[in-house]
Design a protein around this ligand. Structure first.
Ligand code: GLY
Ligand code: MN
Ligand code: MN
Length: 413
């Protein structure tokens, strides 16, 4: 049994008797004219199948003590194969996912109709979809559209969201997932080292971003985890700066927040370094405060603690230290995000909520920062932590982060 098969069994166990789950792989939205945006697989579909192709649908059910699983995929098309490469054959999809019953996606409606007909007299029968929705007015997902279509034809049918059950599973990473995250971090490390070695005053932010992307391509990593943030000087005080198109002047700091992926698993790392290879005394002083805040999180992240508690420790530390460094104690003026989030198939993975209690197997980020607009200093240091039985492991510890180590490395010592 591979990991996808095991996860499907575990999910089915969490569902009530007489229920079905329908999960859509998704479809790339159109961008302009005849060009679509890059396709990005529905992560829950991927988590349960290992497949990352468009227009596939997973159906699982539990009925009267029996269960079943079916995959619906686009039929193999010779012409499409010549234009854009082959679609997956049924046997290929079956081999990756270990789902034995693979059908044409055109047969989905009649299959669902027969499932519903079998349950005509069952008032408890419930259909589960992934109804994750981020913004109030975002365009409808395939799941929402399909549920709306079913609701029109079967108005008494009950729907539920399968997202919470999957979220609970995805928050605790298994060995395969950790291996992918470690690989993504390792690739990210190589990209950051190359940026540090290439940095020179007068360089454009875009050039450093390009160096990172080039290293990823060299290491056969096809995608970044999110849009790279490459911010020089005072642009580093903008939390999610994305223009990446300005010159970084001598004596300025450069903040990069970026990540490679491996099998869709993300790294999310921030490093801040001096573009000329030497921190000024003031830059180093602020850098050390951020690094100390990070160490507090590292020392306290363990099962039973909440992200919210870790963030409060960072705020308390800053409140005590900032006035000693010519800053006022209103911490939110300089630090206005929280110290971390879950990480996995998405960069901001599964919203466990700041109040959720950490568990062994969670992967979180540790990313305190300080953003001093008046001085044009923005510093964030971000590492990725695995929560262990009694503490945490810094998965990204190989990526240099002490100020002296950065200077030594940048100056070839
Ligand atoms: N890269 C976005 C974040 O650190 O949360
Ligand atoms: Mn980040
Ligand atoms: Mn982050």
């Amino acid at each position: 049994m591979n990991q996808y098969s095991k996860r499907r069994s575990r999910l089915l166990e969490t569902l009530p008797e007489n229920a079905a789950v329908i999960l859509f792989a998704g479809k790339a939205p159109m961008r302009s004219e005849d060009e679509a945006y890059e396709f990005s697989i529905n992560r829950n579909f991927y988590y349960l199948t290992g497949l990352d192709k468009e227009n596939m649908v997973l159906v699982m059910y539990r009925l009267d003590g029996t269960s079943g699983e079916y995959l619906f995929i686009p039929p193999y098309d010779e012409k499409m194969a010549r234009w854009v490469g082959g679609r997956m054959l049924k046997e290929e999809a079956a081999a990756v996912s270990e789902i034995k019953k693979v059908e044409d996606v055109g047969d989905l409606d009649s299959f669902v109709a027969s499932l519903l007909n079998r349950n005509r007299r069952n008032p408890d029968f419930t259909m589960f979809f992934d109804f994750w929705h981020y913004e109030f007015d975002q365009s409808l997902s395939l799941a929402q559209r399909y549920a709306n279509k079913l609701k029109e034809n079967y108005p008494a049918l009950a729907f539920k969201d399968v997202y919470p059950a999957l979220a609970k599973m995805r928050l605790v990473k298994d060995e395969q997932e950790l291996e992918s995250i470690r690989k993504a971090i390792h690739i990210t490390n190589n990209g950051i080292l190359k940026m540090m070695k290439s940095a020179k005053p007068g360089m454009n932010e875009m050039t450093l971003e390009g160096i990172f992307s080039f290293v990823l391509a060299q290491m056969l990593c096809h995608r970044t985890a999110f849009g790279t943030i490459a911010a020089g000087g005072k642009r580093a005080t903008i939390l999610h700066y994305h223009d990446n198109n300005r010159v970084i002047n001598d004596n300025e700091l450069f903040l990069c927040d970026l990540g490679a992926t491996s099998d869709y698993y993300c790294a999310d790392i921030s490093r801040t370094f001096p573009i000329n290879g030497h921190f000024s005394d003031r830059q180093k002083e602020i850098y050390q405060l951020v690094r100390n805040a990070q160490k507090i999180v590292e020392a306290n992240a363990k099962p039973g603690v909440k992200l919210k508690d870790l963030n409060q420790m960072v705020i308390d530390y800053y409140k005590q230290e900032l006035p000693k460094h010519g800053l006022n104690e209103a911490v939110s003026e300089y630090y206005f995000h929280s110290c971390g989030h879950h990480l996995g198939l998405d960069t901001h993975d599964i919203d466990g909520g700041l109040g959720a209690v950490l568990k062994e197997g969670n992967v979180i980020t540790n990313e305190p920062g300080l953003y001093i607009t008046a001085e044009g200093i923005g510093i964030r240091i971000e590492d990725d932590l695995l929560i262990t039985a009694d503490g945490c492991e810094v998965l990204s510890k190989e990526i240099i982060r002490e100020a002296e180590d950065i200077e030594r490395y940048m100056n070839g010592q």
